[in-house]
Design a protein. Structure first.
Length: 582
């Protein structure tokens, strides 16, 4: 019963998957057939225009030749046709050589050939090959016709003839100029084409084509290339059996060439579109099979899981008594596990608190020293009776305390991956402040600092306190790196390039590992020295939050040894950024 149920579901799945796959394939075939039809329409139009231009050239030529005085002279010399027609024969021969026509001929009003380029005619003869255009021309109209006939070598000639009337000065028709064009010569110059193109006359005979096997085929015959026609989405499709050089499945288009009395047709291989549709159908069917297989596997696993659960339920029933006995022990174990987890969480909190305390101490050390210095100086100024200087020191203490408050707030925000809004910051003032905050420490360590600020303000996108923190860290790290050296020199340079670029160069021993200098807690200091390895890591995060970049490298070979830290910042622009809220 279960197997029958599964088979029914499988059959239903197939009944859904097969029509959908086929429908998707048919849509893909249609989508591929539409551009194929556009291409075929263009090819047929180009082939038709090319043939008509070729034929019209000769039609215009016979009209112009009918006005030539040599041909008129040959018609007026009725008494001595053989003697006076040589000029006309020479003229028609040259015209044939220059244009590539099969022949040109001059016909009198009675339909006799007076001169032609193919051969000299001793006696007048009636015009037999192209009677229709000659008759129209002798009646005063332009005649044209496509004809076939036996050739000199046993082949069938395919000709297209034009005839233009030749009139006397009083308007009478006194003869006609006839041009014959060999269609085979035109086919010899046919450009290569993947499509099969052929042009047939009113009788259905194929006169012009780029496939030799279709020459003079009867288009009206029932067995013409064993055609089976059908319409699909407005497109006419043919199934052919026309030989190895014709497609078996083709898109058929046709158009009438009324100006020359022909009908143009084109066959373009439609199998690529059919293959594309079949491939899409196969892909869609494969997707259905894939999902069906996945559902089958999932179903099998669910059934296996159900069986396993049944076995486990039976085992649980047998072990129920043992579970009751061990409940008390498991309860105690769970309590111990929760206590251990709580201790681990508390230890993690203490560790994080210790790391933050070390970072805050590192960042606030210099401002605290400056506050102490200003406080001592203010006390001395009060003793000397200089309250103005003492007030100025108290003001600086208040500013430094406020700055320390902002530093602590920014460090706390950075630790929580938070940031204050970026705004317009005077980068020159920020560097001046950093130099001022570190001045006392540098003087105590005997470090010379070279900083030549530009004449005016240069505005960057960032935060004033956080940018100051970055440069304080860089200056302090440079001073730490030069500890114990005779030459201690720091150079700060601001370059307004494509981005605002600030370089901090020292004369220390350089960077041992440039790949790890911005890693948290990475430090080259000995155990017991100040620092936790957080300064550069914090600086890196702050600069990145401004949309900038910071990197550290060793000095170039040939220059003084030391490290070079480069900070790149975005320019502040009123067009793209708003002023910070006040």
């Amino acid at each position: 019963m279960l197997r029958l149920f599964r088979f029914r579901w499988f059959l239903l799945y197939l009944l859904i998957a097969v029509p959908i796959s086929g429908g998707v394939g048919m849509l893909a075939w249609r989508d591929a057939l539409d551009p194929l039809a556009e291409r075929a329409e263009t090819d047929l139009a180009l082939a038709s225009d090319r043939l008509q231009r070729h034929l019209f050239r000769y039609r215009e030529l016979v009209v112009v030749a009918a006005e030539h005085p040599v041909l008129r002279a040959a018609l007026y010399t009725v008494n001595d046709r053989l003697g006076e027609r040589s000029d006309a024969v020479n003229f028609l021969s040259r015209l044939t050589d220059m244009t590539g026509a099969r022949q040109f001929a001059l016909v009198d009003v009675e339909g006799h050939i007076l001169a032609r380029s193919e051969q000299n005619v001793a006696l007048p003869a009636p015009w037999t090959p192209d009677t229709l255009p000659v008759v129209r021309a002798l009646n005063g109209a332009l005649g044209q016709v496509a004809t076939t006939g036996p050739g000199t070598r046993g082949e069938t000639k395919r000709l297209f003839s034009f005839a233009a009337p030749l009139r006397a000065p009083d308007g009478r028709v006194i003869g006609a100029v006839v041009a014959e064009i060999d269609i085979r010569k035109y086919e010899d110059d046919w450009p290569g084409s993947e499509a099969v193109v052929f042009f047939s006359d009113a009788k259905g005979r194929v006169l012009v084509t780029n496939r030799s096997e279709l020459v003079l085929a009867d288009r009206m015959a029932d067995d013409f290339m064993a055609i089976q026609q059908r319409m699909w989405r407005g497109h006419q499709l043919w199934s052919l059996d026309g030989g190895p050089y014709l497609p078996t499945q083709a898109l058929h288009l046709e158009r009438d060439l009324l100006a020359v009395g022909l009908k143009g047709e084109l066959l373009l291989d439609s199998r690529p579109a059919l293959r594309a549709g079949a491939q899409i159908a196969v892909i869609t069917g494969s997707i259905f099979l894939l999902f069906g297989g996945a559902f089958f596997v999932v179903g099998q696993r669910r059934r296996a899981l159900a069986d396993l659960l049944e076995i486990e339920a039976a085992a649980n029933t047998k072990l129920e008594a043992r579970v009751v006995k061990r409940t008390a022990a498991l309860t105690q174990a769970n309590a111990d596990l929760k206590q251990a987890q709580s201790d681990l969480v508390q230890a993690g909190k203490l560790s994080a608190l210790g790391q933050m305390s070390a970072g805050i101490s590192h960042e606030l050390n210099q401002p605290l020293m400056a506050i102490r210095s200003f406080a001592d100086n203010g006390t001395e100024f009060l003793k000397r009776g200089a309250p103005d200087q003492a007030g100025a020191n108290l003001t600086r203490i208040s500013e430094l305390a406020g700055r320390m408050d902002r530093i602590i707030k920014n460090l706390r925000a950075f630790a929580r991956n938070e940031s204050e809004p970026h705004g317009k910051v005077d980068l020159v003032q920020v560097i001046d402040t950093a130099v001022e905050l570190t001045g006392a420490r540098l003087r105590a360590d005997g470090v010379a600092l070279d900083w030549q600020p530009p004449g005016g303000a240069i505005y960057a996108l960032g935060g004033e306190v956080r940018l100051g923190q970055v440069f304080v860290n860089l200056i302090n790290n440079a001073a730490d790196a030069m500890a114990g050296q005779d030459e201690k020199h720091i150079e700060i340079e601001l370059l307004p390039c494509e981005k605002l670029t600030v370089t901090v160069r020292d004369t220390g021993p350089g960077i041992a590992n440039t790949d790890k200098i911005f890693d948290p807690f990475y430090t080259t200091k000995q155990v017991g020295e100040d620092g936790m390895g957080l300064g550069l890591s914090i600086s890196y995060g702050l600069v990145q939050s401004f949309g900038g970049n910071i990197r550290g490298v060793n000095a170039q070979p040939g220059a003084k040894p030391g490290a070079v830290f480069t900070v790149e910042l975005e320019y502040w622009s009123a067009l793209t950024h708003k002023e910070p809220a006040t």
